[in-house]
Design a protein around this ligand. Sequence first.
Ligand code: PGA
Length: 232
Amino acid sequence: MKPLIIANWKMNPSNLAEAKQLFNSVAKGVKNIKNTDTVICPPYIQFSVFNSRFPKNIKLGAQDVFWEEKGAFTGEISPKMLKDIGCQYVIIGHSERRNYQKETDQMVNKKVKAVLKEGLKPILCVETLNQIRRGLKGISGKDLKKIVFAYEPVFAIGTGHPCSLERAGRVRLTIKKSFKNIPILYGGSVNSQNAQLYIQKAGFQGLLVGGASLNSKEFLKIVKSIDFMSKT
Ligand code: PGA
């Protein structure tokens, strides 16, 4: 798998014009990137920034999903709806949702299953091995291989205090022992200075980038540094 760089815009930017501008500059910037895959996860309401004319190496992702297919679930979006609009990846169980929306591992588990059923790729955000076990309950075999983990220590998210490479690398190895073939991304205060290190030194297969993904120059620096590293 090529290194996977996921941009989680969270609840930003505050208008469609800015979202378009940001998406277009990133899409333009990654045009010649060959060794890295980039996924942009805008707020649902800004999904129209994505356009299938963009180069194949930029993909659309969602920041959340609901587990039912359709029906009376006010405010929710189904995996089918996401697929229909060209979305390929779905972030599930982000710590901000676990915190503000009180998402439990059981809810996360239902979402992972629903997303797999629709053929989309879940990015399961976790901090502990137990969250992984509970989030993956009842999922096995070839479905497991379609999942990507993102190790996101809460203290590092949006704080400007990234997890040390030693600690992140240790957690990665612990996860790897139980789940050998599942790619693991790192997320938490990633920037253009530290991005490479999480891949080169701590062994992650990609990054989940929040704050730094809202600045196209900074985000492209991250993508290009990983691309360059993967080439050499
Ligand atoms: P951050 O967010 O890069 O702003 O720390 C990461 C995340 O929440 O995925």
